[in-house]
Write a protein that binds this ligand. Structure first.
Ligand SMILES: CC(C)(COP(=O)(O)OP(=O)(O)OC[C@H]1O[C@@H](n2cnc3c(N)ncnc32)[C@H](O)[C@@H]1OP(=O)(O)O)[C@@H](O)C(=O)NCCC(=O)NCCS
Length: 272
């Protein structure tokens, strides 16, 4: 097996390889070229540092690497089903860690589905440590009361606040830097000192991408009022909280009646 820079391949081929490498995954994965473009932009994936795994001159898997400052993130790694469980994943991880050290990175991070035994085992084996559990929630068509009103704000304003008020080691996809890359039809709202970012509210399914309460106003139930007001503003929707939120934030979603998803993730880190 050898590794080639993902930047040598057309996007359509990378998207197709990703879809096939995640065959039989815990959640259905279908990566189109446009979905891949969104991932690259939003999550700072660097195709020159990402790798296509080659066996006998044929692509057999893919590892996407995102980079910001001194930190690398393994954004995705998948191997075609015929290549799994033959230590290709382990070999690839060793090389990716070596390459990150060569470029003077100080930390490599990733998130892995807790129920993905092969993935968790592999990352622990090469030295990653669990930081915290990440959880997701869902709620269909909530019936709530609220007389409050949300004010729409620029997504960039929310991104600046998350950078300032959020945890320093927030999962990559919740960080201010990622939030900054969201654009309409996603929308950001505020209610007093509480803020949120949601995907296009015209769709039936809406994703909550960010929830923030300014440090000075925490503990006063503001997020509860804001989320209920959001549910009231956009009715007959299915609300999703992806499994990228620290477990210590779960009360925010539980207090508005959302149900925990079965799938959770480990946020993991390796000091280089
Ligand atoms: C996860 C994945 C990348 C691992 O790569 P791999 O080449 O199959 O893994 P390896 O052969 O290097 O094995 C790593 C460890 O996991 C174990 N393992 C592999 N498959 C397993 C399975 N189905 N169940 C339990 N353990 C498994 C191996 O025994 C090995 O542990 P060991 O060294 O103690 O024996 C690969 O299975 C895959 O592409 N899966 C689908 C996509 C995916 O889950 N990606 C990870 C998302 S973050």
């Amino acid at each position: 097996m050898n590794l080639r820079p993902a930047s040598e391949f057309p996007l359509s081929q990378l998207a197709d390889l990703m879809t096939r490498s995640f065959e039989g995954y815990f959640v259905p994965i279908n990566i189109t070229e446009s979905a891949l473009l969104t991932m690259l932009k939003r999550d700072s994936i660097d195709l020159t540092s990402s790798r296509v795994m080659m066996k006998e001159d044929k692509p057999i898997g893919i590892a996407l690497i995102a980079r910001r400052g001194w930190t690398s993130r393994l954004a995705a790694m998948g191997i075609l089903s015929e290549g799994r469980n033959q230590s290709l994943g382990t070999q690839t991880m060793h090389k990716l860690i070596e390459e990150a050290k060569e470029r003077q990175d100080k930390e490599m991070i990733l998130e892995v589905i807790e129920q993905n035994t092969a993935g968790v085992k592999l990352y622990e084996k090469v030295g990653f440590k669990k930081i915290r559990r990440l959880v997701g929630y869902k709620l269909e068509n909530p019936q709530v009361e609220s007389n409050e009103e949300l004010k729409e704000i620029d997504i960039r304003e929310l991104a600046r606040l998350v950078t300032y008020h959020g945890l320093k080691d927030l999962p990559w996809q919740l960080s201010g830097t990622t939030i900054m890359q969201h654009t309409p039809p996603s929308r950001a709202f505020k209610l007093n000192d509480a803020y949120c970012l949601i995907s296009n509210p015209d769709a039936t399914d809406i994703v909550i991408w960010s929830v923030l309460v300014k440090s000075r106003s925490r503990g006063a139930g503001l997020s509860n009022v804001m989320i209920k007001t959001l549910f009231k503003k956009f009715q007959n929707k299915i609300w999703h909280v992806p499994a990228i939120y620290p477990e210590e934030m779960s009360f925010i979603f539980e207090q508005v009646g959302m149900q925990r998803e079965n799938i959770s993730q480990w946020q993991m880190s390796l000091n280089l």
